[in-house]
Design a protein. Sequence first.
Length: 556
Amino acid sequence: MSVVDVSQGSGAGAPGTHLIEVKDLSVSFRIGRNNIEAVRGVSFHIDKGETVALVGESGSGKSVTALSILQLLPYPKAFHPTGSIKFNGQELLGAPDKELQRIRGNKISMIFQEPMTSLNPLHTVEKQIAESLFLHRHVTKAQARARVLELLHLVGIKEPEKRLGSFPHTLSGGQRQRVMIAMALANEPDLLIADEPTTAVDVTIQAQILKLLEEIQKRMGMAILFITHELGIVRKLANRTYVMYQGKLVEEGDTATLFAKPKHEYTRTLLAAEPKPRRDKAPENTPIILQTTDLKVHFPRKGGLLGRTIDYVRAVDGVSMAVRAGHTLGVVGESGSGKTTLGLAILRLLRSEGSIQFGGRELQGLGFRELRPLRKEMQVVFQDPYGSLSPRLSVCQIIEEGLVVHDKSLSWEQRRAVVAEAMREVGLDPATMDRYPHEFSGGQRQRISIARALVLKPRLIVLDEPTSALDRTVQVQILDLLRGLRERHGLTYLFISHDLKVVRSIADHVIVMRDGVIVEQGTTEDVLERPKTAYAAALVKASFDLVADDSGAVRG
């Protein structure tokens, strides 16, 4: 694929007329004795009140470009061979730390992609949001608390008064992302850099956040640099779009024109990378492999001086469902609806009440030793492939871990042979098995996670948001991989996701969860094309931009 340099194209304007003006920006990283070029000769501008999108796959240089604006790269390991970044005519490259501190979080704010690693685990929600208010506005504690509550209301946190003292680990992924957005908006910046701000957020909250950003932008005249792989968001939100590939800008233009008539091969590839609806049919009349009856997971809420239980958080509250062998059950719902808790309870990784039957055997009441052989048949793939893989273990050690536990008769050479076969199954080169997770891309790390689950030849795999952190092109590849594995090995999937497009492409049946209960269930076609409840219809509308026809049915 050829790369066309458009960095000196129509995006350039007269000097000093733009809010942000980036010219000929290059970024390199010192790796040992070598220098790796991450960004090469990038030029673009953003005007006041404008939304500009920067799109491209992981590794294209989007985030590195954005971090350069705030000078947040790990200097001196990272350096700029060429370039200029001006904010309101002021040069930021090489600016004094004191001046950058005045701008960061005040004039220019940033929403980071992964909220769990961006939030301080030792500080409460209130303290983290209020920090920039104390630093830049010199407010009182009472004023800061009032502003924090206002921001939490704005970003859709339920009962924000009860969340002021919460720590990040007690929040769902979507709630943590909303806290990050509240922090970024605290001082009403001139420029908001949003780096994949809706990746971990469910579709209805995604729509709310995008609407919120638009409303704040109109009220404040705030400019937005929106970095994302969700091209549907770009189509709605951005005035202009820049496409990055291998560190260079390969196409730019007003968003409507670029989407309607993409010129570059890479842009056309991105636009075509959408999960397609499932066409094949699951095997009929297979036995029920997994069934729950009135399953409940309640977490105590403590209060008072003695820390007594005053109430319960009903994360899963009486869920009954069944999955047939060789089928995929999609579990959808908003952040905090109980999807992940349900999956962990089924795997007996959380304490629960009610019945869990796997292969006709009741799991509740089984001890550690009785459960151990069943663990081999029930595996899980987690949302964050980087966080779920030990950075201290090689890929071979990660994948063979289950074999060491469940099949002690295998020799070291035999285990490596089994690992090599699992890697080939998921499209990885077995020659890389002695490398470490940080040496792989996000999509490759997710393949490693799938290989780790697959190596034990399980009957059931719980997939918890396995594609949400991946680019669309990589998502399509992983979905194709999962479909192929299911067909070859007769696997059964419990597929947890907030992305209904992804669920539509792989699931046979869908359950819709809200506040710990199932509000709707049925075939994928029935639930996603003809939802019966208002909540399910809202999810579908937010995902597919569906409209109701005269008969009341929902169509695309």
